[in-house]
Design a binder for this molecule. Structure first.
Ligand code: NAP
Length: 233
């Protein structure tokens, strides 16, 4: 990785230290319900942050842990930004919220990032006393029956599908209807801010269109510094 401009390098170092402290504090008081926000986050934006905050409030959670996918198993075709960059952007974006922190579990684990491995990891860390909630976009959950070890995954956690208003839930309901177990395990939450999307942000960067107010300023600076999305993705 090239060197960052000194001011941003300082911010990033500080944000990573704060993230470490938040993680340590969380380990001693995880709260009964644990929200685990999975996504590629390429890049993270305000839609993700508002969705995590809404879930935390609605489901009465202490914290939400952001888990950037290290090597998404289903995305061979499109050029994904390096996991370390996506992790750094998530750390910068969540720095100011004491209830959010970012886990490196998928960034550091070699091989494809299967959600079941991540949930096994958190279950091992925490034991059986806690309820785990895997939070992600409803579109991503549409494919859930193709995910690795889905029967075990359904035993390990609940799922929260976050959607934008007006999203057609029919497909997700049809999927869930195949399995009583899944129906019991999926909750859906509408989040207006999710009309922001990473795909649109990447396109805007490549076309030099404005992206201000769609994602945190430090994340915007980081992207500009590394020219992450100057070519169309
Ligand atoms: P994706 O296919 O890139 O995303 C589909 C849609 O969901 C996009 O509109 C995306 O919007 C949205 N989305 C994704 N994550 C979100 C989040 N946390 N909050 C709100 N919206 C979100 O999905 P993905 O990001 O690659 O995967 C989502 C999660 O599912 C990841 O944790 C991934 O590891 C997991 N997954 C696991 C398996 C498996 O275990 N086999 C297979 C597939 C996915 P944005 O582009 O704006 O984020």
């Amino acid at each position: 990785m090239d060197r960052l401009e000194p001011r941003l390098e300082y911010y990033l170092r500080r944000a990573r230290e704060i993230n470490e402290l938040k993680m340590k504090r969380w380990m001693s008081h995880p709260g009964y319900r644990v929200g685990i926000m999975g996504g590629t986050f390429d890049p993270i934006h305000y839609g993700h942050l508002v969705a995590a905050d809404t879930v935390r409030h609605e489901f009465n959670m202490n914290s939400v842990i952001f888990v950037p996918a290290g090597h998404p198993p289903h995305k061979n075709a499109y050029r994904i930004t390096a996991a370390e960059h996506r992790y750094n952007m998530a750390v910068l974006a969540t720095e100011s919220n004491p209830c959010f922190w970012v886990s490196r579990v998928e960034v550091d684990r070699p091989g494809p990032s299967y959600t079941v491995d991540t949930m096994r990891y958190f279950r091992r860390e925490l034991g059986n006393r806690y309820e785990l909630y895997f939070i992600t976009g409803a579109d991503a959950l549409l494919e859930i029956f193709n995910w690795k070890d889905i029967s075990e995954l359904m035993q390990l956690c609940y799922f929260i599908a976050v959607t934008r208003p007006g999203y057609d839930l029919l497909q997700l309901r049809e999927q869930a209807a195949h399995s009583r177990e899944l129906l019991d395990r999926v909750r859906v939450l509408e989040v207006p801010a999710l009309s922001i999307s990473s795909t649109d942000i990447r396109w805007r960067f490549s076309q030099q269109k404005p992206i201000r107010y769609l994602l945190p300023e430090k994340v915007e600076e980081y992207i500009n510094c590394y020219k992450l999305y100057s070519l169309p993705h």
